[in-house]
Design a protein around this ligand. Structure first.
Ligand SMILES: [Zn+2]
Length: 310
């Protein structure tokens, strides 16, 4: 009998401050934090970006072992078509069709033959000695729905939300990826675009992964205010040992490097790290921009516990 693939899926809109949470979760005994695996095809197989451990993906001993067990001597399929297919199946434009399909009890994301290769990676991760929970920070709700249907997957979800004004500000910042030697910067989004994406994904997460014994919602602001307590709740929900967390005090954690395949450059951070709220937006963001984002996201702001006036 094969063991279940226990997957802790970190859901949320991009730039919700999930990176430090992923790194902390990756320190819990039995947990392995693997980053945004939905990008493994493009950025790891295709472009050989750096793993969280600092090695280029192809040289990382952890991933070399996982990939060898997942695909055997034949190796993984060509990454470009898988990446293109995923991009196409998970597009925000397809959300109305996804909602219609799930209402008809059909798979939210249409199955595809590439799902076997995606599944092979998670199967090999789950079969790695010492791994009990895989932490995948792919965030995109449709990808969570795709994973939920893979054979043997026991999906747990932590939904991270962040003030939409902070989120929009973060999307405007110019930041190096640190993933290659090419000085590439992270993608930027206009305010209207990040506001709509924030709203769409948060509505879908509430609909697809409502609060339950297998799913919780955490506000980024509460997590950085009480990181130890919040992490303990998430770990317990995922079936882990909440007494073995990497904190030296309420706000300071000791972090070893993780084998994350993609994500925010902070994933390369290690050592003793003090958690601080990133609230640069509160003083740096022009009032007109704050109001613009508030106007576009207002139906959800109160429901998620944020104030209109900032
Ligand atoms: Zn690595």
């Amino acid at each position: 009998m094969t063991t279940p693939i226990r997957l802790l899926f970190v859901a949320g809109a991009g730039r919700s401050g999930t990176t430090i949470l992923n790194t902390i979760l990756g320190q819990v005994p039995g947990f392995v934090s693997v980053g945004e695996v939905r990008y493994i095809w493009e950025r790891a197989f295709g472009e050989n970006h750096r793993c969280g451990c600092g090695e280029p993906f192809a040289d990382c001993p952890f991933w070399s072992d996982v990939i060898a067990r997942a695909f055997g001597p034949a190796g993984p399929p060509a990454p470009e078509p898988v990446s293109r297919d995923l991009l196409s199946r998970l597009r925000i434009l397809h959300v109305p069709a996804m909602i219609a399909r799930s209402a008809l009890d059909r798979p939210t994301v249409p199955p595809h033959h590439n799902d076997a290769a995606i599944h092979a990676i998670y199967r090999a991760l789950a079969d790695t000695p010492g791994v009990e929970v895989i932490v995948d920070s792919s965030k995109l709700p449709p990808y969570g729905k795709l994973l939920e249907r893979l054979p043997g997957v026991d999906l747990r979800v932590v939904n991270v939300v962040r003030d939409p004004r902070a989120n929009a500000w973060s999307w405007r910042r110019v930041k190096q990826t640190g993933d290659t030697d090419k000085n590439e910067t992270m993608e930027q989004l206009e305010l209207w675009r990040s506001s709509l994406v924030w709203s769409a994904w948060n509505v879908l997460i509430a609909r697809w992964f409502p609060a339950s014994a297998r799913s919780i919602t955490v506000r980024y602001e509460d997590f950085v205010a009480r990181p130890r307590e919040t992490t303990a709740r998430i770990v317990a929900m995922a079936g882990g040992d909440a007494s073995a967390l990497p904190f030296v005090d309420e706000h300071t954690a000791t972090l070893a490097r993780t084998h994350t395949v993609a994500g925010n450059p902070n994933r390369h951070q290690s050592g003793t790290v003090a958690l601080r709220v990133d609230d640069e937006w509160a003083t740096a963001m022009p009032a007109a921009q704050k109001w613009f984002v508030t106007a576009l996201t207002f139906p959800l702001i109160r429901r998620l516990g944020y104030r209109f006036r900032v």
